[in-house]
Ligand binder design. Structure first.
Ligand SMILES: Cc1cc2nc3c(=O)[nH]c(=O)nc-3n(C[C@H](O)[C@H](O)[C@H](O)COP(=O)(O)O)c2cc1C
Length: 190
């Protein structure tokens, strides 16, 4: 019997604020993804990449990268089969640093499934930011899972102890992980 190799899943904290809630939330998400099975999970912190505003002379579609920070980000993204993006909502939308990080690359995104976990201080859980992100992800050729996770009231859920996940969240995340796994195994149309 041939064992199917695990999917390489990168869980990206898509926020760069020093006190970002993305880190504890992404830590919890990565833990659930490991427990879920079927994934080799790699945490990626956007803050660690320290990307400047897009400073490449060539379009990303050329694949010609002049700067070491771009080559490092490219290698990291390229090594994923699928992604989970953990993102906050800022003023009703996704964050500028995350859009910038997406714009740096091109072929690295194409055809890859992605699940979205959003959060916010208010009651929407950042769902508007995730909705706004979908057409961007489709523009770079990613395949977003239909289901997603939105975490409202984030300020009351994150402390020095980490992220206290509300009841039911693990089940919602499991649905997204199932979908990401299924999309990754589906044949990709040209
Ligand atoms: C610039 C900025 C704008 C924000 N706008 C909203 C908003 O529109 N709705 C909301 O519910 N929370 C908003 N918040 C609160 C954030 O969702 C919450 O603080 C979250 O933790 C921020 O993500 P971060 O910790 O990764 O920076 C905003 C926070 C910041 C810093």
């Amino acid at each position: 019997m041939t064992l199917r190799p695990h999917l390489r899943l990168h869980v990206v904290s898509a926020s760069v604020r020093p006190t970002s809630a993305a880190r504890p939330v992404a830590g919890w998400v990565a833990g659930r993804a490991r427990e879920h099975g079927g994934f080799d999970v790699t945490p990626v912190d956007l803050a660690d990449l320290a990307l400047p505003f897009l400073d490449e002379p060539e379009y990303a579609s050329s694949g010609i990268y002049a700067h070491p920070h771009t080559r490092a980000w490219s290698a990291l993204a390229d090594s994923a089969d699928a992604f989970l993006f953990v993102l906050p909502m800022y003023n009703g939308g996704f964050t500028a640093p995350f859009k910038n990080a997406i714009d740096f690359l091109h072929a690295e995104w194409r055809g890859k499934p992605v699940g979205l976990v959003s959060y916010s201080a208010g009651g929407t859980g950042g769902a508007p930011a995730a909705r706004m992100l979908r057409p961007v992800l489709e523009a770079v050729g990613m395949v977003p899972a239909e289901s997603s996770v939105a975490v409202p009231g984030i300020d009351g859920l994150v402390s020095a102890e980490g992220f206290r996940a509300p009841g039911g969240l693990a089940g919602e995340l499991a649905r997204v992980l199932d979908e990401v796994a299924a999309l990754a195994k589906a044949p990709v149309s040209a």
